[in-house]
Write a new protein. Structure first.
Length: 133
């Protein structure tokens, strides 16, 4: 398995668990543990990618290629910043800290933006097995 595949799989699982939380599904011991482990892995992988991307930007490029890569890199950086925010918010959920309606809206908006980037969407009502844990 590639590192990218593992990152994407962990991110998708984190998205599913965060959406389950927003829809009132219970957070059992094992789901909380899975959230923390996946949040940590996703967060640190995204940090690693951003630092590697910054290192590549510091190399000299011609102007046309550089302009295109700057746009692409800034969009990717924004995606990874959103992933980092999701990881932090997910760990907050696990600590049983109350989230007001604005926090829940921010979480939902962040999830929607990440899913748009991944082209990964689903309806939580279609996934009844999430209520088990």
């Amino acid at each position: 398995m590639s590192e990218h595949y593992l990152f994407t799989s962990r991110l998708k699982l984190l998205i599913i668990m965060a959406r389950a939380y927003l829809n009132g599904c219970p957070l059992g011991k094992y789901r909380k543990q899975a959230i923390v482990e996946n949040a940590n892995q996703v967060f640190y992988h995204s940090l690693q990618w951003v630092s590697e991307s910054d290192a590549l930007k510091n190399h000299g490029l011609d102007t046309q290629t550089h302009a295109f890569s700057t746009i692409e890199t800034s969009e990717e950086n924004m995606f990874y910043k959103r992933v980092q925010l999701l990881a932090v918010m997910a760990k907050t959920i696990v600590r049983d800290r109350p989230m007001n309606k604005f926090g829940k809206k921010a979480l939902a908006d962040n999830l929607n933006k990440i899913c748009e980037t991944l082209v990964f969407s689903f309806k939580i009502s279609d996934i009844n097995f999430l209520k088990v844990a």
